[in-house]
Design a protein around this ligand. Sequence first.
Ligand code: SAH
Length: 210
Amino acid sequence: MKRNRERMVRDQIQARGISNPLVLQAMLNVPRHLFVQEALRAQAYGDHAVPIGHGQTISQPYIVALMSEILEPAPGVSVLEIGTGSGYQAAILAEMGMDVSSVERIKALHFAARKLLDSLRYFKVRLKLDDGTVGWAEYAPFDRIIVTAGGPEIPEPLVAQLADPGIMAIPVGRSRRQQELVVIRKQHGKTTLERRGGVAFVDLVGTHGW
Ligand code: SAH
């Protein structure tokens, strides 16, 4: 499987311009095949998203790497993820030494992710079963926020819970499964917004989602 990951990193990730060494190493280290359903393991290292049950997907490896790089990762930096799903993106963030909190709204996915992350010894990753579009006030502000599901708007509570300086990556789109990756930066009291092209995430469902 390590061979598959080496190939994945070279052909899908480095080939498309991702160069952050922390990101590349994390993508090499985390056993992605354990985060997909057993019957789909052979597809785990393919250049695409993979179903994880309940109508949800684990993102394409390149998208996980791209969003991780956008977050300018560093050890000790706090990050809130909305959409734990399989727990793969959370594991990548933890592998880079980040202080990870992640929220999932589907109970079965939340519990499966906890079990898997514990078995891989990512004990410090904090998980919560809730609507993540309202953030996680208890641990706010966060240096980084990553949303791995797409909604119609940028949830205002998340912007409020982003630290200054801080970076947030979120897919936003007026129609379902067709979004633009938006990067929000807070610095010196100012918030700026940058569009990074088309992406296709599952629905963000909640108070500030669909
Ligand atoms: N980051 C995940 C991707 C999972 S897909 C991974 O690495 O596997 C996106 C996830 O977002 C789904 O599991 C979906 O249930 C979840 N989701 C959608 N709306 C949400 C909300 N409002 N709060 C928390 N999770 C949400």
